[in-house]
Design a protein around this ligand. Sequence first.
Ligand code: GTP
Ligand code: MG
Length: 454
Amino acid sequence: MSTIAAIATPAGTGGIAVIRISGPEALAVADKMCLRFAQGKKISDVAGGRTARVKILDEENAALDDGIVTVFREPASYTGEDVAEISCHGGSYVTKAVLRSALAHGAAPAGPGEFTKRAFLNGKLSLTQAEAVMNLISAGGKSSAKAALSLLEGSLSAELRKIRDQLTDTASHLSAWIDFPEEDVEEVSPDVLGAALGSAQSSVAALVADYDRGRLVSEGIDAVICGRPNVGKSTLMNLLAGCEKSIVADIPGTTRDIVEETVVIGGCTMRLSDTAGLRDTGDVVESIGVDKAKKRIGQADLILAVFEGSEQPEKADLDLIKELADKKYIAVVNKSDLGQKLSPELFEAAQATVFISAKNGDGAEELREEILKALELDEFDASAPLLAGERQLYCARRALDAITEAKAALESGMTLDAVWVCVQAAITALCELDGKNADESIIEGVFRNFCVGK
Ligand SMILES: Nc1nc2c(ncn2[C@@H]2O[C@H](COP(=O)(O)OP(=O)(O)OP(=O)(O)O)[C@@H](O)[C@H]2O)c(=O)[nH]1
Ligand SMILES: [Mg+2]
């Protein structure tokens, strides 16, 4: 295994930056590029988990910076290897020069996610926990961070182990019965077998069913604000964003392009898109904006459809209501400060109807609550085992199909061999979900999305 190095802190200027070196030669590399203040001592003399104050040398061994080296010794480190973490002053020149020095003194540049990949290969983390590291780094809200931490702490791995153990018990019982029918093996009762499969089936089905909610928590909610011109979409955007993100004017057709902002709501991140007012228009630029708005409506997790409450509905409003009939939307009836003419019965198909005044903020809290309710995130336990990412969902679905097939085989009176084959397929899919026996291309795929230095 080579020794790798990368800058672990973000690009830019900061108080300190950390350059991480991991591998069998990590301490030897640190010895070459760091002189300890304690005379006659080397980095390789430092005990695991301890630090040393050093003068950091550049690639030509000239003094570059004062810093601190933290030493971790295998296996008690993040990667499971020897690790030296050099904390230097966080200017972009110094940070890059420290990395260059590490490379000049024998380390190779780390690839994206290579530290975490080594942690996985050295058995420090399961594949789902490694994926959690990435989610925790990118978490923008409390619930997303909580879900990622719970995954990192192994809540999903523990749940998968429980289901796998249950299926393995069933499979070994089946094998004993299939392979040694004449021996004194306790007969497998279809009822007991059916109950064990049923329990595994409902556990995996619960994970699959909760995937969408988990995805919204860990990846963020995509919400689009739409409606005919001048109803107050941009005013609503600014209210939720807490800043003047979109231009507001009493001129229909003010917003033409999509304006995006990320906000945190109930601990979840929500990417909001303010869009051009929906209307037929001869203006080429505006009609491009309207097309973009329609496309966003088709892709969003949730639609905030804005209507003007103080006026009778226009054709564009009625067309939008029709268009949204089979979509998840909240009817936001705006301008409540001007009185109420619009009948709430228009919005029977909506998840909720909320009356607000985007201008003075009335109803904003209720809207936030309804957004969480519409996505079933209001009572969501982010610390429960959750699948994170399409890869995990794909494996869980395969496991679920195999268990369902095993149950069907049992119920239709097929041979126990057929049941056994399906149970094995389910175990394989669950192992792959957690990275056991996962093939190299899957592992590569997981770490490809990581940043360098993690
Ligand atoms: N009285 C009142 N006026 C509002 C309210 N919300 C928005 N307005 C006004 O309505 C006008 C249009 O607001 P915008 O937010 O620009 O409307 P929009 O839907 O984004 O319009 P387009 O971008 O043209 O599609 C502005 O003059 C706002 O000040 C409200 O709650 N009450
Ligand atoms: Mg606008």
